[in-house]
Design a protein around this ligand. Structure first.
Ligand code: G6P
Ligand code: MG
Length: 214
């Protein structure tokens, strides 16, 4: 039986996948590099430096390491300014009810976000103390689709990976969950999230009874 739920954050519990997109879009526009929602699908779940590298694939010149660092910092400034406005009202519908219901059933709750801003965002959303363990994005050496972040959360929760359910809105995240040996629930369209075991249009549709047998 399932013993834990391990959630991604951006795009699963709140709409910050879009906030990340807007911050990258502003940066891309400023440096004159074409960037749109289609390219953005490849950025979901991908860490900051790798995201910038994907955007710069369409640049007409090379960017050195120092310049890339400056650009990534600039995007992060835009993102952090945007999430200053975030509050509990920005949780996707159904999140609190799901966290409560899962806890009532004795499930452990973990968070596996690649974002270094995840702890601050969780505090703003008012759900920082609802998780038994939040992955330290800065301590993860191998980014999604590598399973490291999901395995680190399972280990910290003290449960076997096969008894966890991973929940993700990113293709790289679904691949990471599957590589960790966990069932994967995709938030989004099946065509965008190959390999998931189930797909839901939004977290509000997550039915614990369907995924967790008593
Ligand atoms: C998550 C998001 C990505 C973001 C990454 C790094 O994985 O899905 O869009 O680029 O975190 O976020 P950070 O806040 O550390 O720049
Ligand atoms: Mg995500």
């Amino acid at each position: 039986p399932a013993q834990a739920l391990i959630f991604d954050l951006d795009g699963v519990l709140t709409d910050t996948a879009h906030t990340h997109y807007q911050a990258w879009k502003r940066l891309a526009d400023e440096i004159g590099v074409p960037f749109d929602e289609t390219v953005n699908l490849r950025l979901k779940g991908v860490d900051r430096e790798a995201s910038l590298a994907i955007i710069l694939e369409r640049a007409t010149r090379e960017y050195g390491a120092e310049e890339r660092h400056t650009l990534a910092e600039r995007k992060n400034g835009y993102y952090r300014a945007a999430i200053e406005q975030v509050g509990p009202q920005d949780l996707f519908p159904g999140v609190l009810a799901l966290l409560d219901a899962a806890r009532a059933r004795g499930l452990k709750l973990g968070l596996a976000s690649a974002s270094k801003n995840a702890p601050a965002l969780l505090r703003r959303l008012g759900i920082a103390d609802r998780f038994d363990y939040v992955a330290d994005a800065g301590a993860i050496a191998r980014a999604k689709p590598n399973p490291e972040i999901f395995l680190s959360v399972a280990r910290a929760l003290g449960v076997a990976p096969q008894t966890c359910i991973g929940i993700e809105d990113a293709a790289a995240g679904i691949a990471a969950i599957r590589a960790a040996g966990m069932p994967a629930v995709g938030i989004g369209a099946p065509a965008d999230l190959p390999g998931a075991d189930a797909w839901l249009p939004a977290i509000a549709a997550f039915d614990l009874n369907a995924f967790v047998s008593r």
